[in-house]
Write a new protein. Structure first.
Length: 320
């Protein structure tokens, strides 16, 4: 797609400039001139170095680690565009941090995902474009339109092509928990395979204990599908259970967001997962290639979505 005209502008802060530049390249546009830096005391400084008056502005910024810093960069940048009289401001957030804090799991818990949604709206964003929220209901936290893209239409074709010569009966898609069943089912439909589920419980955050496997994985190649991989304990334990308890012959894994905190890279490296496929909503971490991690680009999908939003066309065909 190639859009010409002064009315649409793509800007980026510091969390994921590579994706922003790839999106702009797909649209045939330059990345807008701006500087996002910090003062000596750590306060964020934003300078917009070209006119945006009346323009349709898209700000690309994942709120990945350092989460709070990247979130503040996004908020301050949106505020700068609002005060510079931008016509419409769209927050393009490939990975939306704080999404896991979307409910009160116990008494007196905050609902931080709702707070972040309010902050983005208050800063001046007119709409939100994101991918694979931890729970789709988070769209309801925003008082502005949200376009919610999916990772499965990017991830599934990779494995469909890779295993095109294998009998479908030899393959099985696996949800690593009950919360990811809908995502895994859509993945299984695209691969034309059966579905299995790993039943697990989580005694405390970032710690999980696999209970049992629902479905037949014995003698099959299994594909674990999740929305994100954080410390990788959950997905590595699930892969181990599929091999040792379920009798799977090989295990592949994929997820939209590679948070990869703490021991994640080491765990994946030492796991039985043959290949981990992630999208670049979060920049690739050091050591990813040694951990058998493959990164797929999200820029083509986001560029198509931005083009459709700019031209007031529906974004829903991208989900097909």
């Amino acid at each position: 797609m190639n859009i010409h005209g002064k009315d649409i502008k793509i800007f980026t802060a510091n969390s994921n400039p590579k994706v922003a530049h790839e999106i702009a390249q797909k649209l045939g546009l330059p990345v807008g001139k701006s500087t996002v830096s910090s003062f000596a005391d750590g306060e964020i400084s934003v300078s917009i170095e070209e006119s945006v008056r009346g323009s349709d502005v898209f700000v690309v910024q994942s709120t990945c680690g350092p989460v709070n810093n990247n979130l503040m960069e996004l908020l301050i940048m949106i505020d700068a565009f609002k005060r510079a009289s931008a016509g419409r401001i769209t927050a393009v957030v490939p990975y939306f941090g704080y999404a896991r804090q979307d409910r009160k799991a116990k008494a007196r818990d905050p609902i931080s995902a709702k707070l972040c949604a309010d902050l983005i709206t208050t800063a001046g964003a007119d709409r939100m474009l994101t991918m694979d929220l931890h729970a789709a209901q988070i769209q309801g936290f925003f008082d502005i339109p949200v376009d919610h893209l999916l990772g499965v239409p990017i991830l599934a074709p990779y494995f469909v092509e890779k295993f095109k010569d294998y009998p479908r009966d030899d393959l099985v898609v696996v949800s690593p928990d009950l919360g990811s069943v809908t995502r895994a089912r859509k993945f299984a439909e695209r691969m034309n395979t059966t579905l299995a589920i790993v039943d697990k419980r989580r005694p405390r955050p970032n710690v999980c204990e696999v209970m049992n496997i629902i479905g037949d994985v014995k003698g099959k190649i299994a594909f674990l599908v999740d929305d994100m991989v954080d410390t990788a304990g959950s997905i590595c334990n699930a892969a181990k259970a599929l091999m040792e308890v379920g009798g799977a012959t090989e295990v592949y894994a994929c997820a939209t967001h590679g948070v990869l905190s703490g021991p994640a890279i080491e765990r994946i490296t030492n796991s039985c997962i043959k290949e981990m496929v992630l999208l670049d909503t979060i920049p690739e971490k050091e050591g990813a290639k040694d951990a058998r991690i493959t990164m797929l680009p999200v820029a083509p999908v986001f560029a198509e979505a931005i083009g459709r939003i700019y031209e007031d066309k529906p974004v829903s065909p991208l989900f097909g």
